[in-house]
Design a binder for this molecule. Structure first.
Ligand code: PMP
Length: 441
């Protein structure tokens, strides 16, 4: 336990007070469900500020943060140059509802970085980016069906909130109340890592498929690293049938490499979606493709899409500064070095853990998997015992000043503000926490 936390251990009074107030006026007390700590129990921390690799809660406790706003903060909290750019932009006005120079600059950087991308349009979230990309794909192909994969999350748009089937292709069934079955009737769900299921669906319905969408490095059901051959099969199947391949790089874009998973695999999708890193901590999403595909969008084309705050000057300034810092500083190399150091530091801890615990990692993106056996490539569910162990692990880490995501299925993120000593701190905290979690209540 770090000193600061020891002083305030077992208090958290202000977080609890705020949570009570929040629950009265905000459903579940939170603006996004996972923040409510339901999967791990306890009261969510209310955060007062962030600085570098640390979060500070309203009770004055400090946490080493491996959530980093769910991957949005690749440079860490309140990077001085990002804050300077945002502050400068704010002084000039926070929104114009008209084009601004920074959005041109950000679009130029994204299109110059990502293979095959000629144009992008900005929106305010990953959800919007995916929703709009799918609409364009349908317009571009004149087809309706969308194929997604079990375990991949693409935001909360109706037609992508679809329960996953196991084994074979399933017809979409909504995984949320409030989504009419008719809205997901044109969505098909396939298992990851299964070329046969893919070929079977294309053989049956290929001519109706507008797009196949995938997180090329799925990071919303743990981290399910895919075989390149599988992604290649998707690219071949879509190309053969005149369907579009959409890489949802909301997490992986500019996180793992300048050109995302497209660069790392050499597989160029027809369209890509972005969020998180490209906004430098501000609400930004983007979707793009070739000029021919994007020509379907209004005002040039007949596919409507719009946003009052899209291309917002403050958000664009944060994104632009972040991408410039990433590109100027070989930051991805540094993040890989940090990730490798984490792997090395955790190896003895994981080897000695009295229950299954493994590190699955891609660069600065990692997952502590509690699955038995090999790291899964498909969306396997965890046994109740493993979930209970994770909850205990989460709270033991929190007590030691480490903020893990409050769910066993969520991935973790390092930021460039981490140093080697933070990796050591994380490993030490995990070593102690694993012992605490070996006998969950
Ligand atoms: N796609 C992916 C791959 C995501 O991880 C997320 C969010 N975690 C989204 C889309 C939706 O993004 P947002 O939460 O910004 O709407």
């Amino acid at each position: 336990m770090n000193d600061e936390n020891a002083r305030t251990a077992l208090t958290g009074v202000r977080s609890r007070e705020l949570y009570e107030r929040a629950c009265r006026v905000i459903p579940g007390g939170v603006s996004s469900p996972v923040r409510a700590f339901r999967a791990v129990g306890g009261t969510p921390l209310f955060i007062e500020r962030g600085a570098g690799q640390y979060l500070y809660d309203v009770d004055g406790r400090r946490y080493l943060d491996v959530v980093n706003s769910w991957g949005a903060l690749i440079l860490g909290h309140a990077h001085p140059l990002v804050i300077e750019a945002v502050t400068r932009a704010c002084h000039d006005g926070t929104t114009f509802g008209a084009p601004c120079p920074a959005e041109v600059g950000l679009a130029e950087r994204i299109t110059a970085s990502y293979p095959g991308l000629e144009q992008v349009r900005f929106v305010s979230s990953g959800t919007e980016a995916v929703m709009s990309a799918v609409r364009v794909a349908r317009a571009a192909t004149g087809r309706d069906l969308i194929v997604k994969f079990s375990g991949c999350y693409h935001g909360h748009a109706d037609h992508l909130l679809v329960a996953a089937g196991s084994g074979l292709a399933t017809f979409g069934r909504p995984s949320s109340a409030g989504v009419p079955a008719a809205f997901v009737a044109a969505t098909r769900v396939l298992p990851l890592d299964d070329e046969e299921a893919l070929q079977a669906l294309f053989a049956a319905d290929g001519e109706r498929i507008a797009a196949v969408i995938i997180e090329p490095t799925p990071a919303n059901h743990g981290l399910l690293l895919q075989r390149r051959a599988f992604l290649q099969a998707l690219a071949q199947a879509t190309a053969r049938q005149g369907a579009l391949l959409i890489f949802d790089e909301v997490i992986s874009g500019f996180r793992l490499a300048r050109g995302g998973i497209a660069e790392l695999t050499g597989i160029t999708p027809d369209m890509a979606t972005f969020g998180k890193v490209i906004g430098g901590g501000m609400p930004v999403g983007a979707f793009g493709g070739s000029r021919a595909v994007m020509a379907h969008l209004a005002p040039d084309g007949d596919t409507y899409q719009a946003g009052t705050l899209s291309g917002n000057p403050v958000a664009m300034a944060a994104g632009l500064t972040t991408l410039d810092l990433l590109m100027a500083g070989s930051v991805w190399q540094r993040l890989e070095t940090l990730g490798a150091a984490l792997e090395e530091a955790l190896a003895p801890v994981l080897a000695q853990a009295p229950f299954p615990l493994r590190l699955v990692r891609a660069g600065s993106l990692f997952w502590l998997s509690l699955h038995e056996g090999d790291a899964p490539r498909t969306a396997a569910t965890l046994a109740p015992k493993a979930l209970a162990r994770f909850a205990a692990l989460f709270h033991a880490m929190l007590a030691r000043g480490v903020y893990l995501p409050p769910s066993a299925y969520e991935a973790c993120f390092l930021s460039a503000s981490f140093g080697e000593e933070d990796i050591g701190y994380f490993a030490d905290a995990l070593k102690e926490s694993v012992l605490v979690a070996s006998n969950p209540p």
